[in-house]
Design a protein around this ligand. Sequence first.
Ligand SMILES: [Zn+2]
Length: 557
Amino acid sequence: MAAQSLYRRYRPQRFSELKGQEHIVRALKNSIVNSREGHAYLFSGPRGTGKTTTARILAKVLNCDSPVDGEPCCACPSCLAVQTGNSFDVIELDAASNNGVADIREIIASASLGSPGRHRVFILDEVHMLSKSAEAALLKTLEEPPPGVVFVLATTDPQKVGETIRSRTQHLQFHLLQESELEEHVRWVVADAGLDVSPETIEAVVRQGAGSVRDTLSALELAVAVGGIAEEATPVDEFVEALVAYDAGRLLAAVAQSVSLGREPRSIVDDLVAHLRDCFLSQMAPELVQLSERRSAEVSDQAQRLGTPRVVKIIETLGQTINDMKGAPDPRVVLEVSLVKLVHRELQMGVEALMARIERLEREIENRPVIAPAPVNPSTGRAVLGGRVKDPSTPTPRAETPAPVPEPTTSVAPPPAASTDAPVTATTMSAADVVTNWSTAVINEMKGMRRAVAQMAKPAHRDGTIVLVVDNEHAAKRVKEYLTDITDVVHRAGAGKCPVIIETRPDDSKPIAKKRVVEDETIDIDEIKNLPTVSEKDVTDSLAEMFPGSVIETVEE
Ligand SMILES: [Zn+2]
């Protein structure tokens, strides 16, 4: 393995060697060929996409003794001086560490000492880090640039660069590379450097690099150094999955794994916050997410599973964690406590968390193969094999018998005009049958929130229409949300295309506070507990498992 890093060794020396930035290469080469190069550029884009590399190639071609079609020759003394970092024509400054007005004044002073016939290129990296006064000083120079001077301002965060600066520069935006482009590049580097790397490792490093050439080649270098296996040192996805599953044990295991791989607790939080910020943006402003297409899709999926309110809550909590870590004797403990709090059921079981959990469980159930239970004969309580239940008390499929639920005393819903849609009589179970067997034929066919909401309504049968009678407008609204689902189940149960409508029957005898109680009662906690989860482990058990020999005590306040 050469001492020189792969990124430096394979740093592009010509525009044609730049990967994935064809739009920028075209713009720059055109301006050079036509001698119309700008005096100030703003290069923005994620790290490792070639901003300073491009700035150096620009410096090289502007001072090259024999440029060809807008490309440097890479052989003349000037080109070689730039390549070895010994050129007086290229001045690089990291604004993150030289962000004061004095640093900028020094640059301006040196810029005014231009040498005739030559271009001096000033590269200011991370220019958004400049102080306001330094930015003001720079602005004056950009307004009246000394002859032969080109400023290249590079930034990963163009929104933080003042508008006055941006308006005086030519803004070129660098993009992350597509996985196919990166993979091709990695294969070429592997072949050229004669590295012994498996195709699986190449795939893994491309994934880890997430569109950045520098990060990808760093990952490749690490993989080569440890014998060709790419170790995913930052399982940020593991943290997110554990948060999705409210799994404290999994979170603590992820912390332990990261720390054992040499990660500082503080940098774990930083990575997690940066990742959750992407999650948040993927929902609120996807155009601001600077990730490869594939990664963007993964992040968006995570964000949906966490839910935006929870993403915000976690970012807030972790922000506080960063503060708490400062000066803490053991930052790891601060991190662990904070993560456990984020998934602790008793602290989290607010209505929102509960809803999110129910929705997740419902999705899990939906993705599972469904084996429908056989219908149950209500008279025997036994499953009926090979046929549908026929209630002997209901003589015909088109029964006009009164509904088992009394007619509403006050009706605020429109009359069931939908009864023009005649029920299909091909099945043995009529609409009236379905109402009679409501609990087994309909309620038992539903799970989770659908089931809870369906139970808010009392079914009635009227002229071939099933009427879902509810107590109040709130219940009507909830039932309406799931009306399609309930109707599907009713039709599947055998009631053909029988219309299903909602009718509100206000119950004045109930106090207003009852509404809240009704809402709580409809969520069957025992049922939720019995549904399968990713982790069945209790937080306490997980904690005890993580710290062998420990005793967990409950402390009363
Ligand atoms: Zn040259």
